[in-house]
Ligand binder design. Structure first.
Ligand SMILES: Nc1ncnc2c1ncn2[C@@H]1O[C@H](COP(=O)(O)OP(=O)(O)OP(=O)(O)O)[C@@H](O)[C@H]1O
Length: 253
């Protein structure tokens, strides 16, 4: 039987006397894209940051690739890829230099141009981070999660604020990363994104997981209750119009 690559049991996080995560349990299987969905303040980022070893938990058990978070958080750090906050991108360095610096920190041999190629940013190698568009910044940030050749990457709202082309481009990038065997755990507020990308999703509400399944199964379960979507009168929507007019290719190179 395949063992989960992430196992979370009865995870609790209190901020003072506020109970933000209320004893959640879930498994992420190797190679899957697992989504955490939920309203603002549900506890998604808190949960991710605990697994990423960036935030202490109050109680519960977290095991990543067989490593117990309580025993060896340093070993977990080595096998995961986490997006840095923009503040981590030293303003004096260009993208190529930033990749070289991060590779040095991880003690990894990385060809910056090859890595930048995977996120279509080779032409921006000499640019500074602040000179990039929103979509380019996100792509660069995802590239930096890959530097240490991680088994798992964590993406917190990877496409927030991007235009439809850039979102689709990032979806392709995330699928490519998965196709190379990397496990992806992400948060999103976009249901179309979750439906397109995620093998399974957990819906988190006020610190609890209220549903966990494949998107398909969740939809089938809802339909089985007799739910019917109001009939769509038009065969396209405004996003279809936008993409039809402006094309699907990425513009921000
Ligand atoms: N450092 C902190 N101190 C106190 N409360 C916090 C802290 N960080 C988060 N919280 C609270 O914990 C709850 C969960 O926050 P969290 O950021 O995990 O939610 P989220 O599901 O990621 O939300 P969003 O979708 O808005 O990003 C919120 O009520 C938030 O205000």
């Amino acid at each position: 039987m395949v063992e989960p690559i992430i196992s979370v049991r009865d995870l609790v996080k209190n901020y003072g006397d506020f109970n933000a995560v209320k004893g959640i349990s879930f498994d992420v299987m190797p190679g899957e894209i697992f989504g955490l969905l939920g309203p603002n303040g549900a506890g998604k980022s808190t949960t991710l940051e605990i697994i990423e070893t960036l935030r202490p938990k109050t109680s519960g058990k977290v095991v990543v690739d067989g490593i117990d978070l309580d025993v060896n958080p340093g070993a977990i750090k080595k096998i995961i890829g986490v997006q840095l906050q923009a503040a981590g991108y030293y303003p004096g360095l260009n993208l190529q230099e930033l990749v070289e610096m991060f590779a040095g920190l991880y003690n990894q041999k990385v060809d910056p141009l090859v890595l930048l190629d995977t996120v279509q940013l080779r032409e921006k190698a000499k640019n500074k981070f602040k000179q990039l568009s929103g979509g380019q910044k996100q792509r660069f940030s995802i590239a930096t999660t890959l530097i240490n050749k991680p088994k798992i990457i964590f993406l917190d709202e990877p496409t927030t604020g991007l235009d439809p082309q850039a979102r689709r481009n990032l979806w392709e990038l995330i699928r490519e990363i998965k196709s190379k065997g990397t496990t992806v755990i992400l948060t999103t507020h976009y249901m179309d994104e979750a439906e397109f990308l995620c093998d399974r999703i957990a819906i988190v509400d006020a610190g609890n997981i209220i549903s966990l399944d494949t998107p398909d199964q969740m939809i089938d379960d809802l339909v089985a209750t007799g739910f019917e979507r109001p009939k769509q009168v038009k065969m396209a929507n405004l996003e279809d119009v936008f993409l039809h007019l402006t094309g699907k290719t990425l513009r921000d190179i």
